[in-house]
Design a protein around this ligand. Structure first.
Ligand code: ZN
Ligand code: ZN
Length: 340
């Protein structure tokens, strides 16, 4: 069913082969996309619209500030004092961005049909995890005809699957019910496509390049399709030679996110191993967790502003040299709870 890799067709005109990328956002373009920025770099219609809209909004805001300040001064002079009425124009300036939001959206999607905006908006969501981008995608997909939907669907999945998997934690409640309704397919069909066409990619990515809550996404898929083998394959990949034989440093850098998932959902992983009788794998996961260095927890306000790397470095130094000052009982309590 996967006809083409998403790097091969235009993100705006899905029927066309791509002949380049937007130099700002990286979306694929075709010969219909001929917008350039002032530096003569080829950009997509969306990036072109956004930079143009930002300029318009900026000028408009400057103008609005000018008018607001002028009215403020007039009211002040006429009334002889600064009162509530003088503040109204200033309030208008503050609520301006909210009132004009629909208009700004129109500027952003100027000269773009909904079918041309579907793939770009879901790609935006994939990169940003911003729920507004997801809402926008849902809006766009609701506007395209059934015929267009059937045509775009196979290509859409190439964009949709990573966007969902990488941002599973950010999806709204009942996202699947709403999505399959818009896609005009059943939930079984939807999950079926993910588990057949994207199975290998999902398992590989979930282990070798995971994001927060990727494991939950796989658990969701496996439960929805009642496909236990998926979790078995996932756990086999986690405990594969590639992961197990990596050094402690590699493990804590390359597989950092994977270890974090194992650490956070240790009980769930153990449960799955028990259910599927994966005794060996359960032991291997326990071994992996022993080698995991969870990010240090800041102990005070000063440490709270440090980055995780700075904090790790600090702890390393602290461990090298014994503390000069005898630790106070509070601190001892903290270390105990940490070890638990
Ligand atoms: Zn672009
Ligand atoms: Zn195009």
């Amino acid at each position: 069913m996967v006809e083409k890799d998403r790097t091969e067709f235009c993100a705006f005109h899905f029927r066309n082969e791509t002949d380049g990328k937007c130099s700002l956002c990286g979306l694929t373009l075709c010969n219909l996309d001929q917008q350039y920025n002032t530096a003569a770099d080829r950009i997509c219609q969306l990036c072109y619209n956004i930079s143009r809209a930002r300029k318009i909004i900026k000028y408009f805001q400057f103008g609005l500030w000018g008018v607001a300040i002028a009215i403020f001064i007039i009211i002040w002079q006429v009334m002889g004092a600064i009162n509530f009425f003088a503040m109204i124009p200033l309030l208008l300036v503050l609520v301006f961005p909210y009132i004009t939001r629909p208009l700004i959206m129109k500027l952003y999607f100027r000269e773009l049909e909904p079918r041309e905006s579907v793939l770009p908006t879901i790609r935006y969501f994939e990169a940003s995890g911003n729920q507004d981008h997801y809402k926008l995608f849902m809006k766009m997909i609701g506007k395209i005809s059934e015929e267009e939907m059937n045509e775009i669907k196979p290509k859409l999945f190439d964009y949709l699957v990573p966007a969902l998997a990488f941002n599973y934690a950010k999806l709204p409640e009942d996202w699947d019910t709403e999505l399959v309704e818009k896609l005009k397919m059943s939930k079984d069909e939807f999950v079926g496509i993910l588990l057949s066409d994207y199975r290998k990619t999902l398992i590989q990515t979930s282990v070798h390049n995971p994001q927060e809550n990727f494991s939950k996404f796989l658990i969701y898929l496996s439960e929805s399709a009642q496909d236990e083998h998926l979790l078995e394959e996932y756990i086999n990949e986690i405990t594969s030679k590639d992961v197990i034989s990596s050094t402690d440093e590699e493990l804590n850098t390359i597989y950092n996110k994977l270890l974090e998932e194992l650490y956070l959902y240790e009980e769930k992983f153990n449960e799955i191993c028990d259910e599927l009788k994966l005794t060996k794998q359960k032991d291997l996961i326990a071994q992996l967790l022993k080698r995991y260095e969870p990010p240090p927890v800041p102990k005070n306000q000063i440490e709270a502003v440090l980055t995780i790397d700075q904090l790790k470095e600090k702890r390393r130094k602290e461990n090298e040299q014994p503390p000069i000052i005898l630790s106070n009982p509070n601190e001892e309590e903290q270390t105990e709870t940490e070890e638990e």
